[in-house]
Design a binder for this molecule. Structure first.
Ligand code: ATP
Ligand code: MG
Length: 351
């Protein structure tokens, strides 16, 4: 299994319900690689390298706090796995330029991040790079949120195309049989979380590190209270006036984070009727539920505070990246062999 996060900020509740819960499940039975996509962070904030470094370390702390176990799973730093960059070049040859630019997630990102028409060439290139991030590990599963589905679809197309062009796999082959039919790359599957797209505290856009609408896994109880407390409930009403829970994003959080479903339904009913239920009351319950989820994560995270924690994290990254390079180098060699590009052993020239 392969998945990852871009160090453009710390992890938030969207990551948790969109991907991390699945990662924890898959970690039980699969060989897992967690990628820190620091190269991709440079596509939108190239001059903020110090911030990228800091966020990279903080994301690992978030992972560890959630229960990602570095003994089992490799924590991988993208820029220290050169095979990924090389595979990106090969894959860029297998996907039409217009196909990349039609990717709806790229379009949304260009708009929501205000990139205008001055974004670097490397920005759309990250979508091709992501095919390499994934395929370097030849995974079966990729736990992601729905915004990643177009990327994963492109990755699957690239894998099929590579196997067809360079390994002679019949295009009629079922996805599940590509590796068995002689392909270098299995066709990986996206695993979408229980909530594929968690809305941000703005109630509109997806919760995102870059959009200032996130509740972070490392937020204090007070910060959570403040952020949820300030959410616009989608309508203005008095507690004794009927309201519509369906257009109130606080209810979306209630459904996801309050464990007692019957209680949530009761709240919704009272809200609909205008049965003396203020927006503040609903928020109190949501704040409590979110803090209940975050408290053990905060406790585990506290273990990695400060310089000693940073050092421990860097050691974890070093170990995981070493493991990752073994498999990524193997994949690169297999790809080159299939492409007729392997003139000699890499160690002979680089070693
Ligand atoms: P950025 O704003 O920099 O793009 P992000 O918040 O979108 O950051 P990513 O690192 O791009 O975070 O995404 C990491 C993973 O988390 C992906 O699998 C993505 O689908 C998932 N994810 C991100 N935001 C959400 C969300 N709001 N709901 C569900 N899943 C999400
Ligand atoms: Mg994103």
């Amino acid at each position: 299994m392969l998945t990852g996060d871009t160090p453009t900020g710390r992890l938030h509740l969207g990551h948790y319900v969109g991907s991390i819960e699945n990662r924890l499940k898959v970690q039980e039975g699969y060989e897992c690689y967690f990628l820190l996509a620091n190269m991709h962070a440079f596509t939108t904030r190239a001059e903020q390298y110090e911030q990228i470094r800091e966020d990279t370390i903080e994301i690992v702390k978030d992972w560890l706090a959630c229960g990602i176990d570095p003994e089992r799973s490799a924590v991988v730093l993208q820029t220290e796995v050169p095979a990924i960059a090389e595979l990106t070049w090969f894959f860029a040859m297998l996907v039409p330029f217009n196909r990349v630019m039609r990717n709806p997630t790229l379009k949304t990102e260009i708009e929501s991040k205000g990139l205008g028409d001055q974004y670097p060439f490397g920005f759309p290139m990250y979508a091709v790079g992501q095919c390499a991030d994934i395929l370097a590990f030849r995974p079966a599963y990729i736990p992601v949120g729905v915004d990643q589905v177009p990327h994963i679809e492109m990755c699957r197309e690239v894998a099929r195309r590579f196997d067809q062009v360079f390994c002679g796999v019949d295009p009629k082959t079922e996805d599940a049989d590509y590796a068995g039919a002689g392909g270098v790359f299995p066709i990986p599957e996206a695993l979408i979380g229980k909530v594929g797209r968690l809305v941000g505290t703005d109630g509109e856009q997806k919760m995102s590190k870059s959009l200032n609408n996130a509740i972070y896994l490392s937020d204090t109880a007070k910060q959570v209270k403040k952020k949820i407390g300030a959410m616009y409930p989608g309508q203005s009403r008095d507690p004794d006036q009927p309201g519509d829970p369906e257009i109130n994003p606080v209810f979306e959080y209630a459904e996801i984070f309050i464990k007692d479903e019957g209680f949530v339904n009761e709240l919704k009913e009272r809200y609909r009727k205008g049965d003396n239920l203020g927006d503040g009351h609903v928020k109190v319950h949501v704040i409590e539920a979110v803090n209940e989820l975050l408290e053990p994560i905060r406790e585990r995270r506290a273990r990695y505070e400060g310089a000693a924690g940073d050092k421990e994290v860097i050691e974890i990254i070093r170990e995981g990246t070493k493991r990752a390079n073994v498999i990524a180098e193997e994949t690169l060699a297999m790809a080159k062999e299939a492409m007729g590009l392997r003139f000699f052993d890499r160690e002979d020239v680089l070693g």
